[in-house]
Design a protein around this ligand. Sequence first.
Ligand code: G3P
Ligand code: MG
Length: 251
Amino acid sequence: MPQSQYVWPYPEWIAHRGAGRAAPENTLAAFRLGASHGFRMMEYDVKLTADDVPVLLHDDTLERTSTGTGRAADFRYAELARHDFGAWHSPIYAGEPIATLYGIAAYTRANGIYSNIEIKPTTGMETHTGERIAMLARQLWEGADQPPLLSSFSEQALAAARDAVPELPRALLIEEELPPDWRERIRWLECKGLNLNGRYLTREIVQQVRDAELTLAVWTVNDPERAREFLDWGCNAIITDEIVTMAPGQA
Ligand code: G3P
Ligand code: MG
């Protein structure tokens, strides 16, 4: 599939997990806070419950960001809804429920916010998660001026998303250094671009990716000078936790 002609249609600044560390990650409260600081695009992690409900959660397990314990994928949505996903962060967020992709689609669309949905499958559920999230994204963003960008570290999930809904834009996430065969992987997955770890990014890599006519978003960049440097090198977007010091228009 030719990668040319695709121009990054999203903002330059993306709030990581809704509002970085300023609010409980991946909750609607975080999205509202990120938006209040001027962010017009959010990155967030989505996986499936036991009854196939798409929920926002980074880890496989519940302990770190909720009052629950165990693997989220072992519980039905109604069971997860009993837990508190905000109190771990600070008392003002106590009572915050687990966010669903349904609610987040409604909020972001109503407020002109773009989405980078990171498909974060529970280990072992890669293909089903990629397929289902892509199908839900198509349905929930039908008629939107821009569809969500789907990204994942899981090539299995991205391949499933490609097969289910080929028209949705996809980006491959790479945890550490770029593997030597990155161009082949991108071609096979029919991705529009790469979402790379800023720790391993060099000017040469940016040049190679842009020469391949691929988009490039960088995570998680919390230093404004570093972010500016990445943009100057030709990166399309910065994914940041620092929603206050790096609010769009400030950094
Ligand atoms: O999508 C960028 C970034 O969120 C990937 O890492 O672990 O924060 O989901 P992680
Ligand atoms: Mg993420």
